[in-house]
Design a protein around this ligand. Structure first.
Ligand code: C2E
Ligand code: MG
Ligand code: MG
Ligand code: MG
Length: 275
């Protein structure tokens, strides 16, 4: 703030900053405890192949089980985890658990199912991400083609040259790469095509308003057709009703994910759902 605004403004600014810092420190301590107590769990949201109508895989989504009736969603803690570097430990846990569970499906004969895991920017830009994932794949015995990593545009665009190398190394392991929340960042498909990616996930903000907002429908339509011309698969996230499903089907969208198919479910619940 400018000096002209006077002394009180400084005081106000300082105290809110202090409060913010204290909240973050408290959250950091709680997250460390949660790690020790193994309170992080994964929920799984199925993804449907629109051509066959069958489940093609699931996205692993982290939750913090803080006490019996208190499930905390990632938007409340992922950012602090990212800022404090705790995301590296938490993220490793997520990748391992997701691979173990998907391997269980494969061992039951469900070898078509894949698992998608969200990777945050600091996780992705950490030196040994390739080695970590290679080791987890070896350790769990999951075939690499069954693992898909979800990165946002901003993670890739943060330092594009480095990202291209890391993506190339990850791809050489045999896994899949998808761009999450596509359409909300500042990248373009003509730029992204220089990266070895397999799938675009159209952000749910476009899908949820398909019916009411003609512009969103046109954007979704254009993204699908452009992605296909670049040989990319398309997932629509946030599909909440049958009209959206019909529209996406008519536009030849490859996969659908959203509450209309199923909410994210605990491990036990998703296995009931599969049956
Ligand atoms: P995302 O990766 O884009 O995940 C999709 C989010 O949309 C999930 O929220 C999911 O529950 C929600 N969703 C799915 N279908 C619908 C729908 O039909 N309508 C609406 N309104 N929402 C729907 P969730 O689980 O709260 O996760 C939020 C974000 O947190 C994720 O967005 C992802 O960016 C991040 N996240 C989740 N798990 C992890 C993780 O293990 N590691 C990292 N780094 N980030 C994670
Ligand atoms: Mg995701
Ligand atoms: Mg998303
Ligand atoms: Mg997201």
């Amino acid at each position: 703030r400018s000096k002209e605004q006077g002394r009180n403004c400084y005081l106000q600014f300082d105290s809110s900053m202090l409060e913010h810092a204290r909240e973050r420190m408290e959250m950091e301590i709680m997250l460390r405890e949660a790690l020790e107590r193994k309170e992080f769990v994964l929920h799984y949201q199925p993804k449907i192949n629109m051509l066959t109508g069958k489940m093609s895989g699931a996205e692993a989504l982290i939750r913090w089980q803080k006490g019996e009736n208190n499930l905390i969603y990632p938007n409340a803690f992922i950012q602090v985890a990212e800022e404090t570097g705790l995301i590296v430990q938490i993220g490793e846990l997520v990748i391992r658990e997701a691979c173990i569970r998907c391997k269980e499906w494969h061992d039951q004969g469900l070898t078509d199912l894949s698992i998608s895991v969200n990777i945050s920017a600091s996780q992705f830009h950490k030196q040994d991400i390739e080695e970590l994932i290679a080791n987890i794949l070896l350790e769990t015995g999951l075939p690499p083609y069954a693992l898909e990593l979800e990165l946002t545009e901003s993670t890739v665009m943060k330092s594009p040259e480095e990202a291209r190398v890391v993506l190339k190394n990850l791809k050489s392991l045999g896994l899949k790469i998808s761009i999450d929340d596509f359409g909300t960042g500042f990248s373009s498909l003509s730029y992204l095509r220089h990266f070895p990616i397999d799938t675009l996930k159209i952000d749910k903000s476009f899908i949820m308003n398909l019916d009411s907002d003609h512009a969103n429908a046109m954007i979704a339509k254009a993204v699908i057709s452009l992605a296909h011309s670049l040989n990319l698969k398309v997932v629509a996230e946030g599909v909440e009703n049958n009209e959206q499903m019909q529209f996406l089907d008519s536009e030849q969208c490859d996969y659908a994910q959203g509450y209309y198919v199923s909410r994210p479910l605990s491990w036990d619940k998703i296995n009931e759902w599969i049956k």
